[in-house]
Ligand binder design. Sequence first.
Ligand code: SF4
Length: 432
Amino acid sequence: MNTFYLWTIGCQMNTADSDRLAAALEQMGMAPVEKAAEADVIVLNSCVVRQGAEDKVVGNLGWMAPLKKEQPDRILALMGCMVGPKSDDLARRFPYVDVFMRPQEFEPLLEKVGERMGVDWEGCVGPLTPVRPDVTCHVPIIHGCDLMCTFCIIPYRRGRQVSRPVAEVAQEVEILASRGVKEVTLLGQTVDAYGHDLPDTPSLADLFTRLNDIDGIERIRFLTSHPKFMTQEIVQAVADLPKVCEHINLPVQAGDDGILDEMRRQYSRRDYIELVGRIRETMPEVAINTDIIVGFPGETEEQFQQTLDLLAELRLDKVHCAAYSTRPGTIASRTMEDAVPDSEKTSRRQRVDKLQEQIQTEMNAELVGSYEEILVEGRQRGKWQGRTRSNKLVFFEDEAYHLGNLVTVKIERSSPWSLQGTLAVEAKFSAS
Ligand code: SF4
């Protein structure tokens, strides 16, 4: 029992869960491998938010069956949102899978691996902090969600909101800083509801203030926010604390009040417009991203037009648009008919994408000639790549080594998706 292979699909929360499981297995003395066929332990970390993701998991489970047959003592585990409170049905469909684990429930696998290795896993596994993190790293601060949006399966799979205490998150970020991490992204399904469930109800702003003091960390990001929980205290903390980036992911999902009600989003179109106005008034340089679902059950052309009008009016920095698909187990799947034809959903998604491409073309063109602070995250096709504080992707060429540095880049060219520039001679923000 020496090697493991981890395959992950889905959101940043799943990636963070996989990093933590890998940290636990490495602390038990195992090494990661690139190919499932070379591994003693194979873990598939699943997602069911979209049908396409679930289909990929099922496909991978299919091609894992011969690997298990060829080496029966190999441990095969299915983790993540595909695993609900009861796994009987999954066990019937995939009898060759040894372990089913809900999100963040690593114990069943660690127990099994410990038994095979003849070690007490609890004795060797400490804090689940990634062992070899990149320059940027995700840190889950809330597990689960207390809301019940009618289209969403997450509360059923990840359970109710549980926030991690401030001291525990701060300790993890200090360890990450000592391992070379320069930027942390705090993760939660409703990250701005952080602390509401903790005894002394610290807020996300309180957590920002604590993390802002940690040496070595240059930037703090957070996602995903819910409009209902975005208080002025949080907005002001983003504006005031130098390490917290002026970048807010604030899904609106739809621009029509009737659809927002059907989705049970708990805010109106007017509430959202006012919130964006308040954030921009506090921080004119802020970047706001959003998510949209088109083709929600019963969405008429007029209602969809309300979404397009909202996006044209607000001119947000980035929009992630998805066509609605029914997820078994959700309120919408039980009570609403998925009546908008697929071709119409595709057409609406394309209209959102086209509008947003135009907006991003114009917004990014305005940055040409400006000087931007970039955290260098890596290299791609001979160029250094990093992000502005507002999370825009920037490329520049330079012979020197810059990984992990904060540098100043003069923006010279733009596209809807990225910016190109040259390193400014006076590197105003170089990290030590
Ligand atoms: S806020 Fe709504 S969409 Fe987001 S995880 Fe919770 S239930 Fe799902």
